[in-house]
Design a protein around this ligand. Structure first.
Ligand code: 5GP
Length: 215
């Protein structure tokens, strides 16, 4: 827990699917359980093992359109023919309490959040795979998708990777432990930025009072 108040971060994690982004997101939340995960709404069907409200809110296209029209989404985009979006209210509530929010979203969502009112508190991280062969191997080893879906994801990977330069940080996920250490180091450093530590003036004032009490 921070020793004084600070503004919450919007941590954006993007990568082509199969580069280990979801595992990294999970590990980051285990590293610091106070990090809130932004559970997206999506029109895609749940995969085996996925639970409504945990990985995603699985909604109909009509409900998604209603949320988007009402301005209830911080960002939204079409990915692989399905709609995905980040519900705004839980994010703003967490940020207002000084909590960090983690987004597992694509480059389109990253761009929209970087251009939002909270732009100054955005920390964006792009995860590259060590090689394209390894990316394909990881997609196949999930055993959840059809070969057509995998081929589609491989095609889209190239497009996703082309946006790497829009991110603050870029890392290569060759080893998941190393990648986790790198992501947690980024979050630690970003939290310590002077501009984000809103309680710093009070803290230093107290230190000065202590100085004065000694004289
Ligand atoms: P999947 O269907 O494999 O869970 O996710 C497909 C892609 O959609 C991933 O790149 C994931 O990061 C992205 N995605 C998930 N949720 C959102 C969201 O709320 N907004 C955007 N823009 N992309 C999302």
């Amino acid at each position: 827990m921070p020793e004084h108040s600070r503004r919450g971060l919007l941590i954006i994690l993007s990568s082509p699917s199969g580069a280990g982004k979801s595992t990294l997101a999970r590990r980051l939340r285990t590293w610091d359980p106070s990090i809130r995960f932004s559970v997206s709404a999506t029109t895609r069907a749940p995969r085996p093992g996925e639970t409504h409200g945990v990985e995603y809110f699985f909604v109909s296209a009509q409900d998604f359109a209603r949320m988007a029209d009402a301005g209830d989404l911080l960002e939204h985009a079409e990915v692989f023919g399905n709609l995905y979006g980040s519900p705004k209210a839980p994010v703003l509530a967490a940020l207002d309490q000084g909590q960090d929010v983690l987004f597992d979203i694509d480059w389109q969502g990253g761009q929209q959040i970087r251009n939002s009112v909270r732009a100054e508190d955005v920390v964006s991280i792009f995860v590259l795979p060590p090689s394209i062969a390894e990316l394909e191997r990881r997609l196949q080893s999930r055993g959840q998708d059809t070969s057509e879906t995998i081929a589609n994801r491989m095609r889209r990977s190239r497009d996703e990777i082309s946006h790497w330069a829009e991110y603050d940080y870029v890392l290569v996920n060759t080893d998941i432990d190393r990648a986790e250490a790198q992501v947690s180091a980024i979050v630690t450093a970003e939290r310590l930025k002077r501009s984000r530590q809103t309680g710093l003036t009070d803290r230093v004032r107290k230190l000065n009072l202590e100085f004065e009490e000694r004289t």
